[in-house]
Design a protein around this ligand. Structure first.
Ligand code: SF4
Length: 191
């Protein structure tokens, strides 16, 4: 898939299920408007990023446009802070977040790869969870970087965008209506 720059906020979709990425990004099918989804989008839009930033650190910027031409990715990160030794901390805001949910970290790591591409050093990654008002940290290590680069290359080289093999993921998937509709068999009765 070399037709366009990959939107960073959708990389985590591919990590969750390649089919979901295809529906939302390539076919542009909007997800089902579930209450949770609408609530999440509203909170994300209205959240005061200045208010919830770490005041002990300097602010590098809010809602910064980032890109990495080599990887062909672009997006807007919620917040970037600076440590005392001048390294950057990319921060994303989530309505709720499970610190063990890897696709969220892959998405955030993609932003860090953009900042690094611009020549900045990264201290670590952080996700701010709005519901718990907690911040979760993850190290910006080689494993996560390689996993993120592999995911981006996976999107570029994918020709099938297969459905996940984990049926549990489909239960709460906001794309399930459209995803499965084409598999429903229809029989036309001839008089
Ligand atoms: S319903 Fe299942 S297979 Fe379809 S996009 Fe969602 S998670 Fe993927």
């Amino acid at each position: 898939m070399n037709l366009f720059q990959i939107p960073i906020r959708k990389i985590q979709k591919y990590a969750f299920c390649p089919r979901q990425f295809m529906l939302e990004v390539i076919l542009q099918v909007p997800p089902d408007p579930t209450v949770e989804l609408i609530k999440g989008e509203l909170i994300h839009k209205r959240i005061d990023r200045k208010k919830y930033r770490n005041k002990k650190r300097k602010l590098f910027g809010i809602s910064i446009e980032l890109a990495n031409e080599e990887l062909g990715i672009l997006g807007i990160i919620d917040l970037v802070e600076i440590t005392q030794d001048g390294r950057l901390i990319p921060v994303e805001f989530k309505k709720n977040s499970n610190p063990n949910y890897l696709p969220d970290w892959i998405g955030l790591c993609a932003y860090a790869l953009c900042l690094e591409y611009e020549g900045y050093d990264i201290a670590h990654l952080e996700i701010y969870c709005h519901e718990s008002r907690k911040r979760y940290q993850k190290s910006y290590d080689n494993y996560l970087k390689q996993l993120t680069i592999q995911t981006i290359r996976g999107i570029r080289n994918d020709t099938e965008f297969k459905r996940t093999t984990n049926p549990n993921k489909c239960k709460n998937c906001a794309n399930r209506t459209f995803c499965w509709v084409e598999t429903i068999q229809t029989t036309i009765q001839m008089e």
